[in-house]
Write a protein that binds this ligand. Sequence first.
Ligand code: ATP
Ligand code: MG
Length: 334
Amino acid sequence: MTLLEIENLGVVYEEDGATIRAVDGVDLSVEPGETLGIVGESGSGKSTIIKSLIDILDSNGSVADGELRFKGDDLTQFSNEELNDRIRWKEISYIPQNAMASLDPVYRIGSQIVEVIQTHTEASERDAMDRAEELLNNVGLDSERLYDYPHELSGGQRQRAVIALALALEPSLILADEPTTGLDVVIQDEILKLLSEIQDEVNCAIVLVTHDMSVVAEVADKIAVMYGGRVMEFGRTSSVFNNSNHPYTIGLKNAFPSLERGSSKSRLVSIPGSPPDLRDPPMGCRFKARCPFATQECDSVEPPTVDVGDGQRAKCHYTDQATEFRQRGESSDV
Ligand code: ATP
Ligand code: MG
């Protein structure tokens, strides 16, 4: 059974009397044990999608449309209590965009893990402490770290501790929001490797949010490319990279000329232009203003989501011209 099916998700934020449609008509799915990478530039709606799954949107945000089916249940129908009892930590855990934010500066690492375990299970203090130690060891931290405060750890160690916390109750899905941002490249690689190893061991699925194409290239089985609150392209990582069907994906790929992490060429070259105003999204295609291939049709008609084979789909009027777009994109001007 598919682990998670997001269907026609719409999320809005109310701000200053305006409605911001941060996520609009999003369909995504995650199979047990697989990694889905969500990429896209800042503001494209990545964090909003994963926060909506466990209902931790900012207070001015809400799910306006759609279903979030997890193991067959629609999460949007769960009350806060039901989410606490059945879903959060136990089934779905969350590594926030700012890892420090999930560690409390005034409690020792061990106590924080013990607290999560004891809040959600019947475990005794002793058993919870043993489990905390085992978890730290599993993420490559010494047992002594149990007694450290967050500020006593390096950035990489803190991120490991946060991962240990996320694993505490053996969830079947981990939502990781930019888990390596802000860490140096070597540490980033270690953390990504750790996530993959853990996944093999405990067989959990991961939704990994990042703006870095090289990160998803390394660890994701499937990729969703977000732009302006919509999924522009979705499919297996190799297909999305080698057979990109959306001009935005082609542009993103060219913005990372070398996908080898840490290479001098992997710096970000942004695609010219700015994202659409989500208070008043434009008609037609949301990417049209920045698309080198846009036509009048793109200006007025919303593109369909086209199935291009092998589960890959792209939201573009011109998927039949994708081969030409890719060639032109590589040669220069996208
Ligand atoms: P980043 O890469 O910068 O983390 P993101 O892809 O995670 O970006 P989101 O944080 O999901 O993007 O934001 C999507 C859109 O919703 C953006 O336009 C953002 O400005 C808006 N937004 C997010 N949170 C709020 C909020 N609490 N109130 C109003 N607008 C918000
Ligand atoms: Mg974000």
